[in-house]
Design a protein around this ligand. Sequence first.
Ligand SMILES: NC(=O)c1ccc[n+]([C@@H]2O[C@H](COP(=O)([O-])OP(=O)(O)OC[C@H]3O[C@@H](n4cnc5c(N)ncnc54)[C@H](OP(=O)(O)O)[C@@H]3O)[C@@H](O)[C@H]2O)c1
Length: 243
Amino acid sequence: MSSLAGKTVVIVGGSSGVGLGVAAAALSKGARTYIIGRSAEKLKVAEQSLGGQGSVIPLSADMTREDEVVRLFAQIGSFDHLVATAGTPPTNYPIGETDVAAVKAFVENKLMGAVILAKHAAGALVPDGSMTFTSGINKDRPPVPGGSVVAAIAGSFGYFARALALELAPARVNVVSPGWVDTPMWDELVGDAKAGFFAQMAPRLPAGRIATPRDVAAAYLFLMESDFTTGETIRIDGGQNLI
Ligand SMILES: NC(=O)c1ccc[n+]([C@@H]2O[C@H](COP(=O)([O-])OP(=O)(O)OC[C@H]3O[C@@H](n4cnc5c(N)ncnc54)[C@H](OP(=O)(O)O)[C@@H]3O)[C@@H](O)[C@H]2O)c1
């Protein structure tokens, strides 16, 4: 295992939810930590919430805009670890009612964003650096009906990482697959109904509760620090894939 102390970690999605949890964890390990998102306001709030935890640098960029990603990595220079958590899924509809525009927007953000990040991070990463992308429980336990589109896109990340791990070696490429995590994504997707969803799911989970960003940050830390793990998807879902 390699320590994160003194390493540079770039977290795209670091201004909220899971990414913000990874930022707090990386800072606690002594990493110089960049948090990236589109909204300068969200970045400011996130920076304040991480206050006093060391060297956090907020930078605004949209990962779907290649010019912005080029500018971002030029600003940062050489770095050790890329983490990407950005990309909110669309509302689930049965396949016959698919909102094609919403799905295209999701593919453009989550999947194309990851491709653009990987394209430009590849030249900036140190040779033994890492990239960690984010998939999710919907590929293992899709809601029925309506989970097929998100399952397909989440599932694609495992194959993306396996192929990239070969192409970019000795740099490592992995995926974290969270179960339900209590983040602002839920407030955006379901609003006040969040508490009801969580109250129904928590007792069904082998872990007995809904994850916090801090819970799942542990998997990202492991993948950054473990020199011998590549091409892997780590589920960190409290056993949600089993139920
Ligand atoms: N929360 C869960 O229960 C759960 C479960 C399984 C999987 N996941 C996956 O985990 C990931 C993180 O989810 P979360 O709950 O942490 O979401 P979140 O709280 O909504 O955070 C998303 C972050 O991504 C940033 N972002 C979105 N699009 C971006 C873009 N084009 N360029 C740069 N930054 C962008 C957002 O900032 P801006 O809006 O300012 O850009 C924000 O910082 C998502 O991919 C989600 O699908 C979440």
